[in-house]
Design a protein around this ligand. Structure first.
Ligand code: ACO
Length: 292
């Protein structure tokens, strides 16, 4: 499709394969499958869910939200349901909101889904973006507990840098600018800088040391960004969950997909200390320190 090579893509990004959704798949259809798997894994009945949050920037409709469609597909009734747009940081933001809802007593169990089809939003002739993005959905159930499992959450933004990474709504804006745009190397530099402060600030907020961390569960945009964050935390790459090689950048789905991969492969176990982090267009970034 474009002038590139496997060698360039693997060396610069770490991506070897990507998953592209079938034409009839949507953020909601993929999100419902991930949500069903999460409910089963958590042994939670749909009737127990008080809120469904879907982190996405590629839903089919502005309304009904993908979250409402997911609730319908899963038989979740009367729960709060809404989409949350924070680009590749959507899952971290949704986690923060769900955590707040639980702490304030608005919900006891929240289904958090990250689902995106960013591959469809890339210009097929732009080699700087078309090689990066895959489609996918991941989900988890967050529930109230007497023993706190979420030790710290940090969410932040730099709205001045919005023009470096953007995804327009071409139809709504009657604009010619229809594809995802990214100034990759500028975004890269910012991501490395922001994430290295974010992860140390998150640990500091919870009074947790590097040595106590078991796994880093990062947003999967670029293996070099992930490796730089791991180095900052003095973590070996064996303590980092990497799915990028098989999935590419799946935007809001990448953190829950990595979490799922870590748990289902048996690497992440109950009681492990996990640091979830992400950085995306806005710019927006976020983290959660989780005692799994
Ligand atoms: N194949 C071959 N050459 C390419 C390709 C390609 N697919 N893409 C770009 N190049 C060329 C460029 O044209 C440039 O050539 P030039 O030197 O002749 O001008 C050269 O390679 C270097 O380009 P850079 O953009 O500087 O390459 P870089 O090493 O920065 O890698 C990449 C690009 C992979 C996009 C990297 O910058 C990156 O990962 N950025 C961060 C992405 C990210 O974190 N995004 C945030 C989350 S996404 C979201 O929120 C939706």
């Amino acid at each position: 499709m474009v002038e590139t090579s496997d060698e360039w893509i693997i060396e610069r990004t770490g991506i070897r394969e990507r998953r592209i959704a079938a034409p009839d798949e949507t953020a909601a259809s993929m999100g419902a499958i991930a949500g069903k798997n999460a409910l089963e894994a958590a042994n939670v009945d749909p009737s127990e869910i008080d809120a469904v949050i879907c982190a996405t920037t590629s839903a089919t409709y502005a309304f009904p939200s993908a979250a409402c469609e997911i609730a319908l597909k899963l038989g979740i009734e009367k729960a709060a349901a809404f989409d949350l747009a924070a680009a590749c940081s959507g899952f971290s933001y949704a986690y923060g909101v769900a955590h707040g809802m639980i702490l304030s007593g608005q919900a006891k169990k929240v289904l958090i889904v990250g689902s995106d089809l960013v591959s469809r939003t890339c210009d097929p002739t732009d080699r700087t973006t078309i090689i990066l993005f895959g489609d996918g959905a991941g989900a988890c159930v967050l529930g109230a507990s007497d023993e706190p499992g979420t030790l710290a959450i940090k969410l932040s933004s730099d709205p001045k840098s919005g023009d470096l990474l953007r995804l327009p709504y071409p139809i709504r804006n009657n604009s010619h600018d229809e594809y995802l745009y990214m100034k990759g190397n500028e975004v890269f530099k910012r991501a490395v800088g922001v994430l290295s402060s974010l992860v140390t600030d998150t640990l500091e907020a919870a009074g947790v040391s590097y040595e106590e961390l078991d796994f880093l569960v990062p947003h999967q945009a670029n293996l070099r960004i992930i490796a730089a964050t791991a180095r900052k935390l003095k973590m070996d790459m064996s303590q980092v969950i990497v799915t990028l090689d098989k999935q590419g950048n799946t935007s809001a789905a990448s953190v829950p997909l990595a979490l799922d991969e870590g748990v289902r492969s048996g690497r992440i176990k109950r009681g492990d200390m996990l640091l979830l982090e992400s950085f995306g267009g806005g710019f927006v970034w976020g983290s959660a320190l989780v005692h799994y």
